[in-house]
Design a protein around this ligand. Sequence first.
Ligand code: MN
Length: 249
Amino acid sequence: MKTNPSHPSRRTFLANSAKAGLTVGLLGTGISDLFGQESQPEFATGFTQQPLAYGYAALEPHIDARTMEIHYTKHAAAYSSNLRDAAKEESVDTTRPLEQVLASISKYSTKMRNNGGGHYNHELFWSILSPPQSEVGPEGPLLEALKTSFGSYEAFVSQFETAAKARFGSGWAWLLVDASGKLVVSSTPNQDNPLMDIAEVKGTPILGLDVWEHAYYLHYQNRRADYVTAFWKVVNWNAVTARYAAAKP
Ligand code: MN
């Protein structure tokens, strides 16, 4: 079964659904037919880079157009391409969700780990960004869960920023749902992520921040902290909320 042709419409549908405020229950329609009964079929990730739901300049001034274009068309595209090479070399069934490979990544090559993670992480990253809106933050069940897990939204932001700023070298900061349903902040090196069986902190990521220099250096140079602070201006909380609802055990 070929899955890729369905993905652009899924991306468009997700974007439109988020705008229209449709309920999460609708988002899975049809996708489970492609991937079978996965734990969160509506967010299953394929092996091909999907179109951005917004233009390269849409996140300015917080993330500049040139950074977005190079990041998407060069860095992320290379992870996707190299992932497909690795999948071919290691006889991975690419009609199955990439998440299945990541869950047992210790059984695969370093090439699979780096590029499978790289592809997954960027697909998630693009999906949780949106053009800057004024005074938008998490609401409803996600806000309540953040308060339960961290004490307050502000305490979560502080912990996440610390994870992003303190990651030495290249990597990611994450908000994830662990096996017990608790929200947790973590950080991974390189292109690792919390789905991997080798991760120190495991779970389903619902928000991620790329802190590789390629994600911010053109605009922010060495000022990673400014990039991390600006990130909140372009978070798509509807998308994060939908991922949270799907990830809860
Ligand atoms: Mn990146």
